[in-house]
Design a protein around this ligand. Structure first.
Ligand code: ADP
Length: 284
């Protein structure tokens, strides 16, 4: 960041201004109030969906929000927000995130923007991935933000350690996303162990795909089981933040890159997301 100081010069007959440019490379996260990491035990449980919808709902509630998509395995957030063709730019201090909405309440930076071929898999070995994550996490120039939501790769790997290391002292905690079935729950236990070992506070667990909302009658049927996430939260003594149903209208919005918050403001799914957001805000 560059600070410009205009100082009056008393000795000069013509009032001149001396301009001192004090170049202070402030930490790029200094203006970020809360950092939330979104984790899941495995892919496909809706981690990126939850990360993007929480960020949208937070921004819709008037908060300044950033999303940092560090999911090297599948950076899907740009597509979910309709920004897959966006081009990011660099300034002297690093990468400049792009605004997702006109109100400029939601900004996004994805590792997907930096890959030369967006459809190619990332086939780097650990150290190269970690180096990329380190540079990426440190080199994004965030403006003033209330919340930075970080979407991570699934599981617990070196990449997660690299993320935690490079955001040290900045992270409020982690949100763990699971589906209701027992198999998924077992993976979340591993995530919880990871959080404990790395001293990462757990903000809470979200049970995604918890029931299916019929697009015709809006009735919610329990096609998978329900309640696994809540039971796990009780067992492990961590907060349960709520359930998000499997909603075909949400899937469609994600496919088309449309805002679900704006398209379905009166849906039960949005109510569920907003009540989770209220808990996050009240706890932060
Ligand atoms: P992950 O990040 O865990 O790999 P994603 O968020 O990419 O998972 O979700 C996988 C797929 O499931 C996506 O196509 C997304 O559209 C869909 N999906 C996830 N959660 C929901 C939900 N609650 N309702 C409808 N579709 C969902």
């Amino acid at each position: 960041m560059i600070l410009w100081y205009h100082l009056p010069c008393a000795s000069s007959p013509v009032r001149e201004q001396l301009i001192f440019v004090i170049s202070t490379r402030m930490e790029n996260l200094d203006l970020v109030r809360h950092v939330i990491i979104v984790l899941s035990g495995k892919g496909g449980v809706g981690k990126s969906t939850v990360a993007s919808q929480l960020a949208l709902a937070l921004s819709y509630a008037g908060k300044k929000v950033g999303i940092l998509d560090v999911d090297l395995c599948g950076p899907s957030i740009p597509h979910m927000l309709g920004m897959q063709d966006a081009t990011v730019h660099q300034c002297d201090d690093g990468w400049v995130p792009i605004y997702v909405d006109q109100s400029q309440n939601l900004s996004l930076m994805s590792i997907g923007f930096l890959l030369s071929h967006k459809d190619d898999p990332v086939v780097w070995r650990g150290p190269k991935k970690n180096g990329m994550i380190k540079q990426f996490v440190n080199d994004v120039v965030w403006d003033e933000l209330d919340y930075l939501v970080v979407d991570t790769p699934p599981g617990t790997s070196d990449e997660h350690l690299a993320i935690l290391e490079n955001l040290k002292g900045k992270i409020d905690g982690a949100i763990l996303v699971t589906t209701p079935q027992a198999v998924a729950i077992a993976d979340v236990r591993r995530e919880l162990t990871f959080c404990r070992k790395t001293k990462l506070p757990v903000i809470g667990i979200i049970e995604n795909m918890s029931g299916y909302v019929c697009p015709h009658c809006s009735e919610c049927s329990l096609i998978f089981s329900q309640g696994g996430g809540e039971m796990l939260a009780k067992d492990e003594n961590v907060p349960f933040l709520g359930r998000v149903p499997l909603d075909p209208q949400l899937t469609r919005c994600l496919e088309k890159g449309e805002s679900f918050v704006k398209s379905f403001p009166k849906s039960a799914t949005l109510d569920a997301i907003q009540s989770i957001v209220e808990k996050i805000v009240s706890e932060s």
